[in-house]
Design a protein around this ligand. Structure first.
Ligand code: IPM
Ligand code: MG
Length: 360
C-alpha cells in the first residue's frame, strides 16, 4: 500500500517527536511492504515565520490531498515568543482551529489510559487506581465556544467581550453517533457531559444524545454535569468508558484525564471527519521549555502514528506491532525523563525512537 501522509512537525518539541514517529513508520512500512510518501506542511509558529500567517490556503489544499496527517505540536511561550505579539487570529493556535474546521475534523478522540508499567507516575492513591483505568474522551472539535462569534467592544465606556456558544442538533448528533459506535467496540458505556442545569446548548445536547442512544440499546448511557465530571475523574476514574462532550468541556476534561494518568507523554489522539481522513497528534503540547534538548518523550506521537495506521488505513497488524514495540520497550525498563523512576534506564528522544523501531 502507498500511504500519502501529511506531516506537520510544528513548533517546540514538535520536530523532534515527529522525527521519531516517522522513523517508526518507515521501519513499519519496510517490514510490512508499504511505501510512504510524506508531504511536509507548515502550521502554527513555523508557518508564521515563513508566510506571516499560521495556516495558508495552499497548506489546507495540500493537507486535503493526503490520506491522513501526522502532527507534532504547535505554539510557543506566550510571554516571550514574538508570535504572541500578533493579533489573536494570526497566532499559532488560530492555525490549529482553522485546519480543524477546514478539514471538518469534528470528532476528537483522546484516550486516557493508566499504563501498568507507569503506575508509579499516577498522582492518585493506589486504592483508587487498583486494576487500572482506560477511558476515551470524545470531544466535539469544530463547534461551540471555539467557533462562535466573538468580539470585544466598548459599551458606555466599559470594555465588554462576547464569546458565543452555539450548537445545532446535527453537530451534536454526528459526534454522539461516533461516540456510541466507539463505545460498542469498548465497554459499552457513554457518559455524556454537559451543563444542562444552566446552558441551553447543554439541554439540546442532552436531548439529542438521548435520541441517538435509542439506536444503541446495548450501550448504557448516563448524563453527568461537567463540574461533577471534573470531580469524578479524580475520585473514581474507573467508572468511565467513553466520555462524550462539547468542545470547551472536552478541552478541559481531557487535560485533567491525561494528568490523572501521570503520563501525558504517552497519550495519542485522533481528530476525524466523516471519511477515513484524520489528523493524529500527541495529547501534550509543544513544551517550548524543553524544545531542542533531545529529552522529549516521542511515545505519544509514535502511538498517534499507530492510531493513524489503524483508523485511516485499516492497517491493524501494523498498528498492533507499533503498540507492542512500545510496550516491550517500557517492559525492558527504558524511560524518557518525564516517566523516569528509580531503577529504570533513562534515554533521550531519538534513542527512544531507535529502541521502538528496532522492535518492529
Ligand atoms: C488542545 C489545545 C488547543 C485547544 C489550543 C492549543 C487551541 O489546548 O488541542 O486541547 O484548546 O483545542
Ligand atoms: Mg487543550
Amino acid at each position: 500500500m502507498n500511504l500519502k501522509i501529511g506531516v506537520i512537525k510544528g513548533d517546540g518539541i514538535g520536530p523532534e517527536i515527529v522525527t521519531e514517529a516517522m522513523k517508526v513508520l518507515d521501519k513499519t512500512a519496510a517490514v510490512y511492504g508499504h511505501t510512504i510518501q510524506y508531504e511536509q506542511l507548515l502550521l502554527g509558529g513555523a508557518s508564521i515565520d515563513v508566510h506571516g500567517v499560521p495556516l495558508t490556503e495552499d497548506t489546507i489544499a495540500r493537507a486535503k490531498a493526503c490520506d491522513a496527517v501526522l502532527m507534532g505540536s504547535i505554539g510557543g511561550d506566550a510571554k516571550t515568543s514574538p508570535w504572541y505579539k500578533l493579533e489573536p487570529d494570526k497566532r499559532p493556535e488560530a492555525g490549529l482551529l482553522k485546519i480543524r474546521k477546514a478539514l471538518n475534523l469534528f470528532a476528537n478522540l483522546r484516550p486516557a489510559v493508566l499504563y501498568e508499567e507507569l503506575k508509579g507516575a499516577c498522582p492518585l492513591k493506589e486504592e483508587i487506581t487498583e486494576g487500572g483505568f482506560d477511558m476515551m474522551i470524545m470531544r466535539e472539535l469544530t463547534g461551540g465556544l471555539y467557533f462562535g462569534e466573538r468580539k470585544t467592544v466598548e459599551e458606555g465606556g466599559v470594555r465588554t467581550a462576547y464569546d458565543s456558544l452555539t450548537y445545532n442538533e446535527n453537530e451534536i448528533r454526528r459526534i454522539a453517533k461516533r461516540a456510541f459506535d466507539i463505545a460498542m467496540k469498548r465497554r459499552r458505556k457513554v457518559t455524556s457531559v454537559d451543563k444542562a442545569n444552566v446552558l441551553d446548548s447543554s439541554r439540546l445536547w442532552r436531548s439529542v444524545v438521548e435520541e441517538v442512544a435509542k439506536d444503541y440499546p446495548d450501550v448504557t448511557v448516563e448524563n453527568m454535569l461537567v463540574d461533577n465530571c471534573a470531580m469524578q475523574l479524580v475520585k473514581d476514574p474507573k467508572q468511565f468508558d467513553v466520555i462524550l462532550t462539547e468542545n470547551m468541556f472536552g478541552d478541559i476534561l481531557s487535560d485533567e484525564a491525561s494528568m490523572v494518568t501521570g503520563s501525558i507523554g504517552m497519550l495519542a489522539s485522533a481528530s476525524l471527519n466523516e471519511t477515513k481522513f484524520g489528523l493524529y497528534e500527541p495529547s501534550g503540547g509543544s513544551a517550548p521549555d524543553i524544545a531542542g534538548k533531545g529529552i522529549a518523550n516521542p511515545i505519544a506521537t509514535i502511538l498517534s502514528a499507530a492510531m493513524m495506521l489503524r483508523f485511516s488505513f485499516d492497517l491493524d497488524a501494523e498498528a498492533d506491532a507499533i503498540e507492542k514495540a512500545v510496550a516491550d520497550v517500557l517492559k525492558e525498563g527504558w524511560r524518557t525523563i518525564d516517566i523516569m523512576s528509580a531503577g529504570k534506564k533513562q534515554v533521550g528522544t531519538s534513542e527512544m525512537g531507535d529502541l521502538i523501531s528496532a522492535r518492529i
